[in-house]
Design a protein around this ligand. Structure first.
Ligand code: AMP
Ligand code: MG
Length: 290
């Protein structure tokens, strides 16, 4: 039996940042648009994953035949928000051939010697691919702003610059989906503690995460400005409650799948005579030539 589709509102409408968005009152434990519970969500997820995977393969085939379209999923969120889980559990449902994944950490010396978009541009998805950014150019107006890594006039100028840059990308055939996973302070505390309590999770913990946590209000303010200043018609932000991992995975899968459905990529038509090829194949016989 098919699992039930319990989306009462398209998550793109339920989660898109509009002019009235208010991060301070945003419920990080919510499940906007989904009328079911966790079990319903977990039952529905693989179905949508399969649909997403087939559409991705079509997009890939289209790209092989000269199509120019691609998708870029930008993932932002503080430590423990679940970016890695989205990569593993959502993006992991599609053929890895069709995915171009890039993670952006502290810039290397070489990267720092270039414009901040230099390292980003190198990782843009080729046609037919779903690019996934685990952190992105937005770090250059988030951690860079909070830690005062450049003067204020420099980071302030970046919002407009990013909007213009993304607009160009969209005009070139890339559909940009920007997702911010917003975890609550209490939930982040629990997830960090779990990383400390479990030896198999120590590798995910970084003492600097506590430093970042201590700057929570400044990061919230920086995120609020990102949403206020860079959620554009061309490349809107979706703010996803991240305290329920099952919900964030379900919602992002749905956003990706519906986006691909609208792109509606088609299987390329063969540029050879299929019937003729069948005859030629039959003529090769069943026994290997001696
Ligand atoms: P993680 O994603 O846990 O591997 O951590 C990557 C770290 O790199 C985070 O602490 C980010 O804030 C940091 N980072 C990413 N981009 C930049 C940037 N442009 N400047 C400074 N730090 C950055
Ligand atoms: Mg980390």
């Amino acid at each position: 039996m098919a699992a039930k589709d319990l989306w009462s509102t398209d998550p793109r409408d339920a989660l898109r940042v509009g002019p009235d968005f208010d991060l301070a009152s945003f419920d990080r434990n919510g499940q906007p648009g989904w009328d079911g519970d966790k079990d319903d969500g977990q039952a529905y997820l693989p179905e949508r994953g399969e649909e997403m995977s087939e559409l991705q393969e079509r997009l890939f085939a289209e790209g092989r035949e000269g199509g120019k379209r691609s998708v870029l999923l930008v993932l932002q969120g503080l430590d423990t928000a679940g970016k890695g889980g989205i990569v593993r559990h959502v993006v992991g449902m599609v053929d890895p051939q069709g995915v171009a994944l890039a993670s952006f950490g502290v810039p290397t010396e070489e990267e720092r010697s270039h414009h901040y978009l230099w390292r980003i541009e190198k990782e843009l998805p080729p046609p037919g691919r779903i690019g996934v950014f685990d952190r992105s150019h937005y770090e250059d107006v988030l951690v860079v702003r909070v830690d005062e890594l450049v003067p204020e006039d420099v980071w302030r100028a970046r919002y407009d610059e990013i909007n213009a840059w993304e607009k160009e990308l969209v005009e070139g055939g890339t559909t940009i989906i920007k997702v911010a996973l917003m975890v609550s302070y209490a939930e982040q505390g629990e997830r960090l503690m779990e990383r400390l309590e479990r030896p198999d999770k120590h590798w995910k913990f970084n003492p600097g995460d506590l430093d970042t946590r201590s700057k929570w209000p400044a990061f919230q303010e920086a995120y609020a400005d990102v949403f206020r200043l860079t959620s554009t018609e061309d490349a809107p932000w979706y703010v996803v409650p991240a305290d329920k991992k099952w919900y964030s995975r379900l919602a992002i899968t749905e956003i990706l799948t519906r986006t691909l459905e609208e792109l509606d990529p088609q299987w390329p038509v063969a540029d050879f005579d299929v019937e003729e090829m069948k005859k030629a194949l039959v003529a090769t016989g069943e026994d290997a030539p001696a």
